[in-house]
Design a protein around this ligand. Structure first.
Ligand SMILES: Cc1ncc(C[n+]2csc(CCOP(=O)(O)OP(=O)(O)O)c2C)c(N)n1
Ligand SMILES: [Mg+2]
Length: 184
């Protein structure tokens, strides 16, 4: 499965829910899927996507979706343990697992060598943890995650594809838009 098609599917399925995206291609492809004020694009802040989404989920009753990356989560594995500890019912973490630190030169990550992030999540008391490798299974996992209590942790195995143009993101504007979207 390709991340862009999978991202388009996520955007379609989650309605107006806030989405926090990992830095680099994940953020670019979310923007190219169609900008929405409820997209929180991260840039440079590797390892913080799921942590930001956790903070958001704890501050709202809305469902919050994180689109994280394997390499970034591996750099901040503690965020999985904190999600397991806090048990936010309204948080859905999707990990785009291309088994590499893609953006910086396609170096194979630990998930290419046997690390199973959904098992890690399971061991951190995130009981709704799973791995999917096609659009159909991703759709069905998300459909359930959007209606049943979480936290949810969905590892989506993806293939690398040609990168899209870098999205014209202004971090200050991203924060402003997201805050406004909660207050209005
Ligand atoms: C603290 C920190 N270390 C390193 C980087 C450089 N860096 C940017 S993206 C990236 C790879 C991220 O990997 P992953 O989350 O798997 O996303 P992918 O590029 O595979 O989509 C790295 C190492 C950074 N931005 N911040
Ligand atoms: Mg990766």
């Amino acid at each position: 499965m390709r991340r862009f098609e999978a991202t388009q599917l996520v955007v379609k399925q989650v309605g107006n829910s806030p989405i926090v995206s990992n830095l680099g291609p994940t953020t670019d492809e979310l923007w190219h899927s169609g900008h929405r004020d409820r997209n929180f694009y991260t840039y440079g802040s590797m390892g913080l996507c799921s942590s930001i989404a956790l903070g958001m989920a704890l501050s709202t009753s809305e469902r919050v979706i994180a689109l994280d990356g394997d390499g970034s989560l591996l750099m901040n594995l503690g965020s999985i343990a904190t999600i397991g500890r806090e048990q936010p019912k309204n948080l859905i973490v999707v990990v785009w697992d291309n088994e590499q630190w893609g953006q910086t030169g396609h170096q194979p990550s630990h998930t290419a060598m046997g690390t199973d992030l959904s098992q890690v999540a399971q061991s951190c008391s995130i009981n709704h943890s799973m791995t999917v490798d096609n659009l159909e299974d991703l759709t069905s996992a998300l459909t359930t995650a959007m209606t049943e209590d979480g936290p949810w942790f969905i590892v989506a195995k993806i293939e690398e594809a040609k990168y899209m143009p870098v999205a014209p993101i202004e971090p200050e504007l991203t924060v402003y838009r997201m805050r406004e979207s909660f207050s209005s």
